[in-house]
Write a protein that binds this ligand. Sequence first.
Ligand SMILES: [Zn+2]
Length: 141
Amino acid sequence: MEIHEIKAKLTIANVLHFYGLKTDKQSRLNCPFHEDKTPSMQVYYKTQTAYCFSSNCKTLGKSMDVIDFVMHYESLSDVGGNNTKAEAINKCKEILGHQKPNSKERYQPDLSKSQFPRCAKSPDFELSLLLLNFQNAISIS
Ligand SMILES: [Zn+2]
Protein backbone atom coordinates (compact mmCIF):
# COMPACT_ATOMS: atom_id res chain seq x y z
CA MET A 1 0.00 0.00 0.00
CA GLU A 2 1.37 3.38 -1.02
CA ILE A 3 1.45 6.47 1.17
CA HIS A 4 -1.17 8.24 -0.91
CA GLU A 5 -3.46 5.23 -0.59
CA ILE A 6 -3.10 5.28 3.18
CA LYS A 7 -3.82 8.98 3.27
CA ALA A 8 -6.88 8.45 1.10
CA LYS A 9 -8.27 5.71 3.32
CA LEU A 10 -7.13 6.54 6.82
CA THR A 11 -8.74 9.59 8.38
CA ILE A 12 -7.40 11.54 11.33
CA ALA A 13 -10.60 10.56 13.14
CA ASN A 14 -9.74 6.88 12.60
CA VAL A 15 -6.31 7.45 14.11
CA LEU A 16 -7.61 9.39 17.11
CA HIS A 17 -10.22 6.73 17.72
CA PHE A 18 -7.61 3.99 17.47
CA TYR A 19 -5.56 5.63 20.20
CA GLY A 20 -8.60 6.42 22.31
CA LEU A 21 -8.23 10.17 21.86
CA LYS A 22 -11.22 12.45 21.75
CA THR A 23 -11.51 16.01 20.55
CA ASP A 24 -13.77 18.58 22.16
CA LYS A 25 -16.48 20.55 20.37
CA GLN A 26 -13.87 22.83 18.83
CA SER A 27 -11.98 19.79 17.49
CA ARG A 28 -9.18 20.32 20.01
CA LEU A 29 -7.55 17.90 22.35
CA ASN A 30 -4.83 17.80 24.95
CA CYS A 31 -1.71 17.25 22.95
CA PRO A 32 -0.39 13.73 23.56
CA PHE A 33 3.11 14.76 22.54
CA HIS A 34 3.94 17.16 25.36
CA GLU A 35 2.78 17.91 28.92
CA ASP A 36 -0.48 19.57 28.05
CA LYS A 37 -2.85 20.99 30.65
CA THR A 38 -5.14 22.76 28.19
CA PRO A 39 -6.10 21.50 24.74
CA SER A 40 -3.27 22.83 22.56
CA MET A 41 -3.78 20.53 19.66
CA GLN A 42 -6.15 21.49 16.92
CA VAL A 43 -7.49 18.80 14.63
CA TYR A 44 -8.51 19.77 11.13
CA TYR A 45 -10.93 17.17 9.87
CA LYS A 46 -11.20 18.84 6.47
CA THR A 47 -7.52 18.47 5.70
CA GLN A 48 -6.99 15.38 7.90
CA THR A 49 -4.21 17.08 9.80
CA ALA A 50 -3.43 18.09 13.37
CA TYR A 51 -1.41 20.98 14.71
CA CYS A 52 -0.06 21.66 18.19
CA PHE A 53 0.09 25.33 19.15
CA SER A 54 2.48 24.85 22.04
CA SER A 55 6.03 26.10 21.56
CA ASN A 56 7.55 23.41 23.78
CA CYS A 57 6.07 20.54 21.84
CA LYS A 58 8.14 17.90 20.13
CA THR A 59 6.03 18.23 17.00
CA LEU A 60 7.98 21.51 16.57
CA GLY A 61 5.05 23.54 15.34
CA LYS A 62 4.58 21.46 12.25
CA SER A 63 1.30 20.39 10.80
CA MET A 64 0.91 16.63 11.02
CA ASP A 65 -0.91 14.36 8.63
CA VAL A 66 -2.17 10.93 9.70
CA ILE A 67 1.19 9.27 9.10
CA ASP A 68 3.11 11.97 11.00
CA PHE A 69 0.63 11.69 13.85
CA VAL A 70 1.05 7.92 14.06
CA MET A 71 4.82 8.30 13.87
CA HIS A 72 4.87 10.74 16.79
CA TYR A 73 2.43 8.66 18.77
CA GLU A 74 4.28 5.41 18.28
CA SER A 75 7.50 7.16 19.34
CA LEU A 76 5.90 7.83 22.73
CA SER A 77 5.65 4.17 23.62
CA ASP A 78 8.85 3.20 21.87
CA VAL A 79 11.91 2.87 24.10
CA GLY A 80 14.15 4.39 21.49
CA GLY A 81 11.70 7.23 21.09
CA ASN A 82 12.32 7.59 17.39
CA ASN A 83 10.02 5.79 15.06
CA THR A 84 10.69 6.01 11.39
CA LYS A 85 8.17 6.90 8.75
CA ALA A 86 8.34 3.33 7.44
CA GLU A 87 7.29 2.00 10.84
CA ALA A 88 4.50 4.56 10.99
CA ILE A 89 3.25 3.43 7.60
CA ASN A 90 3.12 -0.15 8.81
CA LYS A 91 1.17 0.99 11.84
CA CYS A 92 -1.23 2.90 9.59
CA LYS A 93 -1.87 -0.29 7.66
CA GLU A 94 -2.55 -2.06 10.93
CA ILE A 95 -5.05 0.64 11.93
CA LEU A 96 -6.71 0.33 8.55
CA GLY A 97 -6.92 -3.42 9.12
CA HIS A 98 -8.88 -2.75 12.29
CA GLN A 99 -11.36 -0.68 10.31
CA LYS A 100 -12.24 -3.51 7.95
CA PRO A 101 -15.87 -4.41 8.36
CA ASN A 102 -16.61 -8.01 9.14
CA SER A 103 -18.15 -9.26 5.90
CA LYS A 104 -20.10 -12.01 7.66
CA GLU A 105 -21.74 -9.59 10.05
CA ARG A 106 -22.35 -7.10 7.32
CA TYR A 107 -24.32 -9.40 5.07
CA GLN A 108 -26.17 -11.36 7.70
CA PRO A 109 -29.86 -10.82 6.98
CA ASP A 110 -31.92 -9.71 9.91
CA LEU A 111 -34.15 -12.77 10.31
CA SER A 112 -36.13 -11.49 13.24
CA LYS A 113 -37.62 -8.75 11.11
CA SER A 114 -38.04 -10.48 7.77
CA GLN A 115 -39.83 -13.51 9.23
CA PHE A 116 -42.34 -11.54 11.22
CA PRO A 117 -42.72 -8.22 9.48
CA ARG A 118 -46.02 -7.55 11.17
CA CYS A 119 -44.54 -7.74 14.66
CA ALA A 120 -43.10 -4.30 14.41
CA LYS A 121 -46.36 -2.73 13.30
CA SER A 122 -48.77 -4.62 15.50
CA PRO A 123 -47.71 -5.36 19.05
CA ASP A 124 -50.75 -7.61 19.40
CA PHE A 125 -49.65 -9.85 16.57
CA GLU A 126 -47.43 -12.01 18.74
CA LEU A 127 -50.13 -12.22 21.36
CA SER A 128 -52.73 -13.38 18.84
CA LEU A 129 -50.24 -15.96 17.58
CA LEU A 130 -49.83 -17.24 21.13
CA LEU A 131 -53.57 -17.38 21.54
CA LEU A 132 -53.90 -19.28 18.27
CA ASN A 133 -51.32 -21.84 19.42
CA PHE A 134 -53.13 -22.11 22.70
CA GLN A 135 -56.44 -22.77 20.99
CA ASN A 136 -54.82 -25.32 18.71
CA ALA A 137 -53.36 -27.06 21.74
CA ILE A 138 -56.77 -27.24 23.32
CA SER A 139 -58.46 -28.59 20.22
CA ILE A 140 -55.77 -31.25 19.81
CA SER A 141 -56.10 -32.43 23.39
ZN1 LIG B 1 2.05 19.36 21.68
